[in-house]
Write a protein that binds this ligand. Sequence first.
Ligand SMILES: CC(C)=CCC/C(C)=C/CC/C(C)=C/CC/C(C)=C/COP(=O)(O)OP(=O)(O)O
Ligand SMILES: Cc1cc(O)c2ccccc2c1O
Length: 299
Amino acid sequence: SDVRQKCAAYVLALRPWSFSASLTPVALGSALAYKLDGSVDLVVLMVCAVTVLVVHGAGNLVNTYYDFSKGIDHKKSDDRTLVDEILAPQDVVMFGALLYSLGCLCVTLLYFLSTLRLEHLALIYFGGLSSSFLYTGGIGLKYVALGDVVILITFGPLAVMFAHAVQVGYLSVLPLVYAVPLALNTEAILHSNNTRDMDSDKQAGIVTLAILIGPTLSYVLFNLLIFVPYVLFCILATRYTISMALPLLTLPMAFPLERQFRSRCYAKIPQKTTKLNLLMGLFYVFGIILAPPRSLPLL
Ligand SMILES: CC(C)=CCC/C(C)=C/CC/C(C)=C/CC/C(C)=C/COP(=O)(O)OP(=O)(O)O
Ligand SMILES: Cc1cc(O)c2ccccc2c1O
């Protein structure tokens, strides 16, 4: 049972509840490829999903390690792996290195499975890998208020483009455009997390966007991140095809979040936004799959 406990600790350290944030962009990129080519390679889709998951998981581990070693995570933090001595720092480092190696193995496999040119594959993959590390490692982009930009790009355009490109074999602007609503919603998860942690982050001496703009503008930004995607879906649904109204079904989950954020009860907002993100992402992907041929812009 000692081995079982250790395994459970490793799985928890990956923060698996956040994985939907990287799986929906993969689904979106693949759905766009399906719309354009009429088919997707399921093996490529699986390997691509594992690659993105592994890089995302490694990013979470790097975050756990550096937040702890810089003294940002403390007894009251969300991330308890190292503060509660569930794992040793060296375990986290080894596991992270293992995941990055596994990611490189997966992307090598993708090179042989896909017709995407090596330089394009490497550019996107190492872009994702560096972002996942630099978020908290090295310079520590998150500590200098750049975390929001990193999340907006990696969980949006980059991951969607990666999944699309390995299917179709070329880079295109199409996935970048369609990534926007999903990326905004994913950034809402991180922004609510940073707003909740504002006081402890300030004490630890780091700067986040939430700290820079303060609680009132943070509330405005959260609303933009949550509701602008719905405005885009309304436009797509009314001007192009009704299937793009599907994500609007998640609106009843969005309004309570606005109220809780306004009353500054931040505690449960990140988890609830993560749920909203998964559902909205799935409805968005279904909406695209169900759209009649050539009914959507660029598709
Ligand atoms: C194209 C490819 C191969 C990949 C993209 C793969 C992805 C999505 C990479 C992103 C990895 C990344 C930046 C992960 C970090 C996410 C993270 C830990 C966010 C939360 O950090 P904190 O705000 O510190 O959370 P806590 O306050 O709970 O510690
Ligand atoms: C803690 C945590 C961990 C993550 O992996 C996230 C990924 C995307 C958005 C927010 C995230 C987050 O708040």
